[in-house]
Design a protein around this ligand. Structure first.
Ligand SMILES: *[C@@H]1O[C@H](CO)[C@@H](O)[C@H](O)[C@H]1NC(C)=O
Ligand SMILES: *[C@@H]1O[C@H](CO)[C@@H](O)[C@H](O)[C@H]1NC(C)=O
Ligand SMILES: *[C@@H]1O[C@H](CO)[C@@H](O)[C@H](O)[C@H]1NC(C)=O
Ligand SMILES: *[C@@H]1O[C@H](CO)[C@@H](O)[C@H](O)[C@H]1NC(C)=O
Ligand SMILES: *[C@@H]1O[C@H](CO)[C@@H](O)[C@H](O)[C@H]1NC(C)=O
Length: 611
C-alpha cells in the first residue's frame, strides 16, 4: 500500500511539474519579493502627502528629465530629509528646493547644505542648515534626469515591427529609477502627473487624461495632464506611450458604477473580444464576491507583443500583458490579475514579508471566482489535487527542496494558499467571504500585515459562531505557515469501544524517520468526520480541532460494519491513514455502484491512491 501510494505521488508529481511550467503559470511576485526583504526602510520622521510629477522623455536620446514636487509633513523634528533615488537618477542638489507651506507669502525656504546618496544604497539624504520642526508642512522640489532602458525595468523602450513604444515596470523597487520618492509599499499618496509625448503617440496611465496641451517650446510634442490618482504605493504607478489602437467595445461596457475596461493592442487581433469578455465576466464575479468596486473610472488593458516580462505588469488601473500570455489565459489568470487591483493596489501588503500571504489569498480567490463562473471547468477536476499532491511529495522528503530550490517559495506560497482554503471550508464560505469584504473595507488605500487578515477572519467567525470563543485564526494558521512541513493524521479505531484515536505527526515519506524535532512540530488540525451511515459532503464544520495536541480520542463512533472518513475533500492540506479494518470497509464500499457515486471525486481519488 505504501509503495503504491508512493508511486501515485510520483506520477502526480511529474504531471504537476509539467503543469506548473505550462498552463498553471503562477505569479512570481512573492518570489521577487524575497530579494527585497532586506531593503532598508526610510526613517519615519517625514510622511509624504502627495506627489506632483512632470516627466519629459527625450524619445530620441533615450533619456528623460522631470520634476517632482512632494508635499511632506514632519512627524518629528529633523535636520535631514531621506528619500529613495536610484543611482541611475541624476540629481543636482543645488537645484533642490524645500519651502514651507503655511499660507504666508513669500514662503520660508530651508537652506540645503548638501545632498547625496548613502553609500551603496538607493537612498538620498538632504542635510539642512536648520531643523524642521514637528508638524511643519513643506514642498520639496527635486529636478532629476534619467535613462530610458532597453530591458524591462524602470522606463524602457521596445519595438515590434514598425511600432515603437515606451512602458514602465516599477515593481518591486524601480519607482526610484524613474523619480525620487518614498519608495515603500506602505507609503501611499495621490499622484498628480503630467507627461510629454510626441504628437502621434498616446499616453495611458493609472487615471484618465483630464487635459492635453501643446508643449510650450517644442511644436511636435504634447503634454497630457492626468486626473489625480487615489493614494497608492509608488510601484503601482505606471504608463505606456504608444501608437496602439484602442478597441471600441463600448456595447459591453459599464456595469453601473464599476470601472470600464478598455482594451489596447498594436493592431488587428481577432481574440480581443474573447479576452475582453473573459475579463468582464471575471471582473463582475470578483466585484460580487468582494462587494465593492475598485475606486477608478477605468482599467486599461494593454496587450503588447514581444515583451520581455515574466508576469503581467499590474499598475493600479493599468494592466500590461504580453500577448502570448494573455492569449493563453484562462479565467483563473485573468481573475488573479484583476484581484490584484483590490488586493495589491488598493489594499497593499505593508512590507515584502507580507507579500506571500497576498499572493496566496489572491490565488485562492481566483480559484473561488473560477468555480463560481462555471464550476471551474478549466481546472478539469484537478483543483486543488494536483498541486496539493506535489506539495505532499515535496514536504514529506527528508530534505525538502534540496534539488529544485527555485520552487521553494512557490511551494511555500502554495502551502499558505491551502491553509487559506482550509479556513474557507472550516469557518464556512459565508464567514470567509464576509471577512474578506470587511478586510478590504478596513484597509482600502492602506496596507496590511499578515495578522490583520487573520484577525478579520477571527472577528467574523466569532460573530457567526463558526469558531469557538477561545480560538483565534492566527493561532490556528501559525503552524501551517511557520512549519515548512505537513502533518499526517493516523486514524486508529477501537471496534469494541466504538471510539477512535487520531494521532498527528510530521509527514515523512522516506525512511528512516529521523528529522530532528519532528515530535515537537504540531499543527492545529480540523477534524471533519463522515460515517458510512450519514454520508454528507456539504458540511465542513469540524467536530473538533486538534489543538497542537499529539492525539485526540473521539467516542460514539459507528460499529464495525461502518467506515469513517476523516478530512473529506482534503479540506485541510494533510493526508490521513486508517487502520486496516477501516481501509477494507472503504475499499469494499468503493467497489459498489453506490460507493462510487456517494463519495466525491477528490476524496475518492485519494483513496484510490492508497487502497
Ligand atoms: C502641495 O501643497 C501646495 C500648498 O498647499 C498645494 O498648492 C498643492 O496643490 C499641493 N500639491 C498636491 C499635489 O496636492
Ligand atoms: C523662497 O524661494 C522662492 C523661489 O525659489 C522665492 O520666490 C521666495 O521669495 C523665497 N522665499 C523667501 C522668504 O525668501
Ligand atoms: C506599421 O505598419 C502598418 C502596415 O504595414 C501600418 O498600418 C501602421 O500604421 C504602421 N504603424 C506605425 C506606428 O507606423
Ligand atoms: C470554499 O468553501 C465552499 C464550501 O463552504 C466551497 O463550495 C468552495 O468551493 C470553497 N472555495 C474554494 C476555492 O475551494
Ligand atoms: C496521547 O499523547 C499523550 C502525550 O501528549 C500520551 O501521554 C498518551 O499516551 C497518548 N495517548 C494515546 C492513546 O496515544
Amino acid at each position: 500500500m505504501v509503495e503504491l501510494f508512493r508511486f501515485c505521488c510520483l506520477v502526480l508529481f511529474f504531471t504537476s511539474i509539467k503543469k506548473t511550467n505550462g498552463t498553471v503559470k503562477r505569479s512570481i511576485d512573492a518570489s521577487a519579493a524575497y530579494t527585497v526583504l532586506t531593503e532598508d526602510r526610510l526613517p519615519n520622521d517625514i510622511s509624504p502627502q502627495s506627489y506632483d510629477i512632470h516627466l519629459e522623455p527625450n524619445y530620441d536620446e533615450l533619456s528623460f528629465s522631470g520634476l517632482i514636487k512632494m508635499n511632506l509633513s514632519w512627524n518629528s523634528d529633523s535636520k535631514k530629509v531621506w528619500f529613495h533615488a536610484h543611482y541611475d537618477l541624476n540629481i543636482n542638489d543645488r537645484k533642490i528646493r524645500l519651502s514651507e507651506i503655511n499660507g504666508v507669502q513669500p514662503a520660508k525656504n530651508y537652506t540645503i547644505i548638501r545632498g547625496g546618496r548613502q553609500p551603496k544604497k538607493t537612498i538620498y539624504v538632504l542635510y539642512l542648515k536648520e531643523t524642521v520642526k514637528q508638524n511643519t508642512q513643506c514642498t520639496l522640489e527635486v529636478p532629476f534626469e534619467g535613462t530610458i532602458w532597453k530591458t524591462a525595468e524602470g522606463l524602457f523602450r521596445n519595438t515590434y515591427k514598425n511600432y515603437t513604444y515606451f512602458v514602465t515596470n516599477l515593481k518591486p523597487t524601480n519607482a526610484r529609477r524613474l523619480f525620487p520618492c518614498f519608495d515603500e509599499p506602505g507609503i501611499k499618496v495621490p499622484f498628480t502627473v503630467s507627461i510629454t509625448r510626441p504628437k502621434e503617440f498616446i499616453t495611458i496611465s493609472n487615471t484618465a487624461v483630464s487635459e492635453t496641451r501643446k508643449h510650450p517650446t517644442l511644436s511636435n510634442l504634447m503634454i497630457d495632464y492626468f486626473e489625480k490618482t487615489p493614494p497608492m504605493s509608488p510601484f503601482n504607478f505606471g504608463f505606456v506611450i504608444s501608437t496602439f489602437k484602442k478597441w471600441n467595445l463600448e456595447e459591453l461596457k459599464k456595469l453601473s458604477n464599476t470601472p470600464s475596461i478598455q482594451m489596447w493592442s498594436y493592431s488587428e487581433n481577432t481574440n480581443i473580444k474573447e479576452i475582453y469578455d473573459r475579463l468582464i465576466i471575471a471582473y463582475k464575479k470578483i466585484e460580487e464576491y468582494v462587494g465593492i468596486a475598485i475606486p477608478l473610472t477605468k482599467i486599461d488593458v494593454v496587450i503588447i507583443p514581444d515583451l520581455a516580462i515574466v508576469r503581467p505588469i499590474d499598475n493600479f488601473g493599468l494592466l500590461i500583458f504580453k500577448d502570448s500570455d494573455i492569449l493563453k489565459q484562462r479565467y483563473f489568470d485573468s481573475a488573479q490579475e484583476l484581484i490584484y487591483q483590490w488586493l495589491g493596489s488598493w489594499v497593499t501588503p505593508e512590507w515584502w514579508s507580507d507579500a506571500h500571504v497576498n499572493k496566496a489569498l489572491t490565488s485562492f480567490l481566483a480559484a473561488e471566482v473560477v468555480i463560481q463562473i462555471d464550476g471551474g471547468i478549466e481546472f478539469n477536476g484537478k483543483y486543488p489535487i494536483t498541486a496539493l499532491y506535489s506539495m505532499y511529495y515535496e514536504f514529506s522528503k527528508r530534505y525538502p527542496h534540496s534539488r529544485i530550490t527555485g520552487m521553494k517559495h512557490e511551494t511555500i506560497a502554495y502551502k499558505t494558499e491551502m491553509a487559506i482554503r482550509m479556513l474557507n471550508f472550516t469557518l464556512s464560505k459565508e464567514t470567509f467571504q464576509r471577512a474578506i469584504q470587511n478586510f478590504i473595507m478596513q484597509h482600502q488605500y492602506k496596507t496590511f500585515v499578515e495578522d490583520d487578515l487573520w484577525s478579520a477572519l477571527t472577528i467574523q467567525a466569532l460573530k457567526d459562531k463558526t469558531l469557538r470563543e477561545q480560538y483565534s485564526v492566527s493561532d490556528i494558521i501559525r503552524p501551517w505557515l511557520r512549519n515548512h512541513r505537513l502533518p499526517v493524521v493516523n486514524v486508529e479505531r477501537n471496534y469494541q469501544k466504538n471510539s477512535v484515536v487520531l494521532r498527528q505527526k510530521m509527514y515523512l515519506r522516506e525512511r528512516p524517520h529521523d528529522v530532528p524535532g519532528q515530535d515537537k512540530m504540531l499543527w492545529w488540525i480540523p477534524i471533519v468526520l463522515n460515517h458510512q451511515d450519514t454520508l454528507r459532503f456539504c458540511n465542513y464544520t469540524p467536530s473538533v480541532w486538534m489543538e497542537e495536541s499529539q492525539n485526540i480520542t473521539i467516542e460514539n463512533m459507528p460499529g464495525k460494519n461502518s467506515f469513517i472518513i476523516v478530512n473529506p475533500e482534503e479540506i485541510g492540506p494533510f493526508p490521513v491513514n486508517y487502520d486496516q479494518t477501516n481501509w477494507n470497509l472503504l475499499a469494499n464500499f468503493l467497489q459498489t455502484k453506490k460507493g462510487r457515486t456517494a463519495i466525491p471525486a477528490n476524496t475518492r481519488f485519494f483513496f484510490s491512491c492508497r487502497s
